[in-house]
Design a protein around this ligand. Structure first.
Ligand SMILES: NC(=O)c1ccc[n+]([C@@H]2O[C@H](COP(=O)([O-])OP(=O)(O)OC[C@H]3O[C@@H](n4cnc5c(N)ncnc54)[C@H](OP(=O)(O)O)[C@@H]3O)[C@@H](O)[C@H]2O)c1
Length: 216
C-alpha cells in the first residue's frame, strides 16, 4: 500500500513510517519543506536495515501520491494542514492521529468545538473522505525500535471497510487494534492520551499505554 504521512518528519510520523516500511509498504514522508523531508528519509534509510526505502515529498505531493494518508501534526496545525491537502485526499482514507493537546496543559483533556480532532478532520475534508482515527495512545519511542509495544490501538470511523483496512495497517505495525466504534468515539481515544501523559509524569516514564482485556 502507498502510505503518505503528513507531518511525517516528526516523532510519531517517523515511528509509524519505520513500522510500515519494515512491513514492505511504500511510505512517503511529507513535510511543509521538501528539503526537510529529504533529510529525514536519508537519515532513516541509512539507519534502518531491512526496510523498503522511504520517500520524502512536500505534504501535498505525499497526499497526492498516497492511497492512504496519515495525519501526524500538532493540534495547532490540524485545520490548516487538512485544508492544504483537502483536494488531494478526496475519496481516500485519512487516518487522523492528532490529539487535541493544548500546551502547556497537556495532561488536561481538551475537547474541540467539533467534538474531537477526528470529527474536525471530517468536517474540514468533507464526506467523500473516509476519516479513521487511530494510534493516539501509542508513544513514538518504541515505534522506532523492534520492541514489543504494550499498547493497543483504538480504531474509530464511520466506514467499516476503511476501518478494516486501517486495522490491517495496525497489525502490519506489529500492534493490536480494535474497532472502537464510530468516529465520534475518538473523543475517548484522544482524551486518553492526556490521561497517559499524566501517568507518564507521575511515574517518570515515557510510554504508558492501554490494553484491552477480557478477550479470549
Ligand atoms: N509523539 C508521540 O508520541 C505521539 C503519540 C500519539 C499521538 N501523537 C499525536 O500525533 C501528532 C504529531 O505528534 P508529534 O509528536 O509527531 O509532533 P511533532 O514532532 O511536534 O510534529 C510533527 C510534524 O508536524 C509538522 N508541523 C509542526 N508544526 C506545524 C505547523 N505549525 N504547521 C504545519 N505542520 C507543522 C512538522 O513537520 P514539517 O516541519 O516537516 O512540516 C513536524 O515534524 C500530534 O497531534 C500528537 O498529539 C503523538
Amino acid at each position: 500500500m502507498v502510505i503518505g504521512i503528513i507531518g511525517g518528519t516528526g516523532k510519531e510520523g517517523k515511528g509509524l513510517a519505520y513500522r510500515w516500511a519494515k512491513a514492505g509498504h511504500q511510505v512517503i514522508i511529507g513535510s511543509r519543506d521538501y528539503e526537510k523531508a529529504q533529510t529525514v528519509v536519508l537519515e532513516m534509510n541509512d539507519s534502518f536495515t531491512g526496510i523498503r526505502p522511504i520517500q520524502g515529498e512536500q505534504n501535498i505531493d505525499a497526499a497526492d501520491h498516497a492511497e492512504v494518508v496519515v495525519v501526524t501534526v500538532p493540534f495547532s496545525a490540524h485545520v490548516p494542514t487538512l485544508e492544504s491537502i483537502r483536494d488531494s485526499v478526496q475519496n481516500k482514507i485519512v487516518i487522523d492521529v492528532t490529539v487535541p493537546l493544548v500546551p502547556p496543559k497537556v495532561t488536561h483533556v481538551q475537547i474541540p468545538t467539533s467534538g474531537c480532532a477526528a470529527m474536525e478532520a471530517q468536517q474540514v475534508l468533507g464526506e467523500a473522505v473516509r476519516v479513521v482515527s487511530a494510534f493516539q495512545n501509542v508513544s513514538y519511542e518504541k515505534l522506532l525500535k523492534d520492541e514489543d509495544l504494550q499498547c493497543d490501538v483504538l480504531v474509530c470511523g464511520n466506514d467499516k471497510e476503511a476501518k478494516q483496512i486501517v486495522l490491517g495497517l495496525v497489525s502490519d505495525a506489529h500492534l493490536k487494534g480494535y474497532d472502537a466504534g464510530p468516529l465520534q468515539n475518538s473523543i475517548v481515544s484522544e482524551g486518553l492520551t492526556s490521561v497517559l501523559i499524566n501517568i507518564n509524569k507521575h511515574f517518570g516514564i515515557q510510554n504508558a499505554g492501554i490494553k484491552i482485556t477480557g478477550i479470549e
